[in-house]
Design a protein around this ligand. Structure first.
Ligand SMILES: NC(=O)c1ccc[n+]([C@@H]2O[C@H](COP(=O)([O-])OP(=O)(O)OC[C@H]3O[C@@H](n4cnc5c(N)ncnc54)[C@H](OP(=O)(O)O)[C@@H]3O)[C@@H](O)[C@H]2O)c1
Length: 338
């Protein structure tokens, strides 16, 4: 299988280093000629969970240098979400007739790409594998996670199994017959746990100690779940069942709800959201593909999502430098969305 990995950052670099080390013949694409030169000289090295691996000689070029004569069976798209949307149309001509684009961003990216390029060209995927880039060429794997891939339309497929077999030589890859359900399960957590942590600059355990934090979590989760169910997605179990006990279509109406929340806090209570790092480093966030994606799908199916909409606006205001992450933002968003 001829494989191209586009975006050699934390995740792309980690996967590329493990793939080359395992003898999978991958080629790599960076954004710029300079970064390709740096990686060609440094090679790739990954440490951390999963053990050390290195690739001394890497076949890497800027993405613009790929063109005539290049044809790939699989293009793994490991850029941030907005870059994935921007670059994907230029990658399509690089696909072999049965070639597949595999985006691994969170949220709505895979669905949006499939809508633009055709479902036959796009396999859904996202990463439960966590990694950081120490510097270009040097990566650290942070957990024993895996890539989850599958058909966005659901069901089994030969091509998903084929991709899993090939990439599975390097990293753990699982195939889901309900990938869209799995994507929405992760969205439920990203929207209501990770984004709120970034806005408040607190862990979930901390903001759930406050009245506003608790109400924000409950309302954001309820809105996101209503959208998932309205489009027929079947979210899968993560740390807890995705549908709270006693769910009546709008929110919980059952005494078991509190212990269901405790299950989420036990699992995600101490996670530091990567969006908070985006704020700290003045980088653009992926909010439009997380809570923003939920809001755009909600409009199409006439579900009301005022809390998610206010979250998106607040995140953009932070990115513009008009606000700063702070616990008080959760109360402000609650008020703005009433
Ligand atoms: N890291 C994780 O643990 C993790 C876990 C789960 C999901 N994810 C998701 O996976 C995606 C990638 O995350 P990441 O942490 O690996 O991000 P990252 O470290 O920022 O890496 C993205 C890479 O893509 C490159 N890139 C951007 N535009 C490009 C283009 N047009 N052509 C070629 N390369 C391009 C960037 O290069 P420049 O530096 O030159 O812009 C950068 O090297 C994100 O959507 C993230 O949310 C990450």
């Amino acid at each position: 299988m001829k494989v191209l990995i586009v975006g050699i950052g934390a995740l792309g670099g980690t996967i590329a280093a493990r793939a080359i080390n395992a003898g999978v013949p991958v080629r790599l694409a960076t954004r710029s000629t300079e970064s390709a030169g740096v990686l060609r000289r440094s090679g790739l090295r990954v440490s951390g969970i999963g053990g050390d691996a290195c690739a001394v000689s890497v076949d890497v070029a800027p993405v613009a240098d790929y063109g005539k004569g290049d044809e790939f069976d699989l293009i793994l798209l490991a850029t941030k979400a907005q870059d994935a949307l921007d670059i994907a149309p230029r990658l399509r001509p690089l696909l072999a007739p049965d070639g597949i684009l595999l985006p691994i961003q969170n949220g709505g990216v895979a669905r949006m790409l499939a809508d633009r390029l055709g479902e036959d060209k796009v396999l859904g995927g996202f990463s439960n594998l966590g990694a950081t880039m120490v510097q270009p060429g040097i990566y650290e794997q942070k957990n024993a996670g895996h890539l989850l891939i599958g058909e966005l339309a659901g069901g089994e497929s030969e091509r998903a199994d084929r991709v899993a077999r090939e990439l599975g030589r390097a990293i753990e890859v699982r195939v889901s017959p309900n990938l869209t359900g799995a994507i929405w399960s992760k969205l439920l957590i990203n929207c209501s746990v990770t984004t709120l942590g970034a806005l408040s600059a607190q862990t979930m355990r901390q903001y759930m100690e406050t009245e506003a934090g608790r109400r924000m979590f409950c309302n954001t989760y309820a809105e996101t779940l209503s959208v998932a169910l309205a489009i027929g997605a079947r979210p899968e179990r993560l740390a807890v069942e995705p549908i709270p006990p006693g769910w009546d279509g709008n929110g919980p109406a059952d005494g078991r709800y509190e212990s269901w929340i405790d299950g989420i806090v036990a699992f995600y209570g101490d996670v530091k959201p990567s969006m908070l790092q985006d704020f700290e480093r003045g980088r653009k966030t992926e909010i439009d593909f997380i809570n923003g994606y939920v809001v755009s799908i909600a409009r199409q199916c006439s579900v009301h999502t005022p809390v998610n909409a206010a979250i998106v606006e607040t995140v953009h205001a932070i990115t513009r430098g008009q606000l700063a992450p702070d616990p008080s933002l959760l109360e402000l968003i609650m008020q703005a969305s009433q």
